[in-house]
Structure formats: structure tokens, C-alpha cells
Design a protein around this ligand. Sequence first.
Ligand code: LIP
Length: 254
Amino acid sequence: MKDFMLALARTAGDALMDFFESDQTLISLRSTAKEAATKYDKVADQLIIGEIRKSYPEHSILTEESGMHSNDPDWLWIIDSLDGTGNFANHNPLFSVCIALVHEGIPIGGTIYAPAIHELYFAEKGKGAFLNQNRIHVSNVKELSGSYLFYCEGGDTDRLRTVRMLREVYSRVTDIRKLGSAGVETAWVAAGRGEAYFTTQIDPWDVAPGVLLVSEAGGKVTDFRGNPWVRKKSDLIFSNGAVHEDILEIVRKL
Ligand code: LIP
């Protein structure tokens, strides 16, 4: 599974990279931030589905681009073929391919590949988290006041809620960054480049591999009430564990 998943992410990511470098019309797509979609999201989606079908014809597949392809209910691939489409369309290199394999509701394998920055993340349940084959861990910062947070509003269209949330959190942390790819944001928490990532109404395909990656890197993932991730649109916190409760306390009432 590991070799298959990594090869799949590389194939899709490298194809996206060719388009990213060669298509000079991408910039014309940038105006629709929330609804951003390029024809390449679908090209990469079809490529990934085709490869899974060849190797695991009995498995189910859920993708951002083409919804649920149901088969065996116990084995489910969750795919975002191009996460951070708005970045991609702006020739911003922070975009990724996100692939997770879920068995009986539990993510058991996940990869996030950001080809333009040459970062390939992988995690397998019980076996740790890796960046380009090197073991990674969440940061050991203990204080919220010394923390860098990543944030994105996912599928939330209520910008006033976003403003309320940022107002509460901003004064309590060192700084906040919005990277525009949930795949990259979750991976960077796993790699210790920030202490936490919080997001509202995020879809499962944006975060499924990140849930496993952050957990396997020693971090914690819950919704805004402290419950574990389940496969539905939700408000989530990914953290190094140490600052988790402090963030929960702030966001759970918003
Ligand atoms: C995107 C996320 C991004 C979020 C967007 C969107 P897409 O995924 O990764 O962080 O702010 O709302 O969901 O649509 O580019 O795959």
C-alpha cells in the first residue's frame, strides 16, 4: 500500500507540476477564490481513480471532483487531486495532492505531495510520519503565547464568524498564517513548522491524510468540541497536543 500510494501521489503531482509550469492561462482563473477549479483538478482526479481501480477494484473511492464511487464499504480512498486550487491558479507553489486510505472509518495510510516545493509526506497507522523519507514530529512548544498557528475557513462562507474567531485567537498567539492548502497546513503542523492549524467547515478530502499525519507525528486532532475526526464537513483543530486545550477553549464558544 505504501509504495502504491507514494507512486500515485508522485504521478498525479508531477502531472500537475507540468501544467503549473507550462500553462500561462492559469492566472485568468484566479478571481473565483472559493470556487476555484481548473481543468487540471479533474485530469488529476481521473488519473488517480484509474490507478486505484486497476490495483484495488473492490475498494470505494470518495473524491472532491467526482464524489463517491461506492463498492466495499470497509475500504475507502479519500482523494483531493489538487488541494489549494486557488494557489495553483495564481502560480503560487503551495498546492498539494492529498490521498488517504480509510479502513472501517479509521485512516490507516495517508500521503500529501506538494510537488512545487518538493515535499512528499507519508504516514501509516502505528508507523510514524515522514517527510521525504525522514521521520517528522510536531513541535515541542508548550505555550500558546509562543505559537505560530495556521488557519483557513475551509468551506465556511460566514466571514463574520472567521473575523470573530481570528479576533479572539490573534491576540493570544505569536502569529497566524493562512497558506491556502489544507494539505500543506496539516503537513506543516506534523513537521513542527507551526504549533496548530484550525479550520472551519472543512471537507474530508482536504484533511483525511493530515489527520493521520499529525497523529503519527505525535500531535492531536479533534473537532471544536474535542471529539475525534469523522468523515464529514467539520470544524477541526490539528495541533502539537500541548496547545490543543488552549485553542479548544477559545474556539468552542464561537
Ligand atoms: C481548499 C483548501 C483551502 C481552503 C479552501 C479549499 P481545494 O481546497 O485546502 O485551505 O481554504 O476553502 O477548501 O478546494 O483547493 O481543494
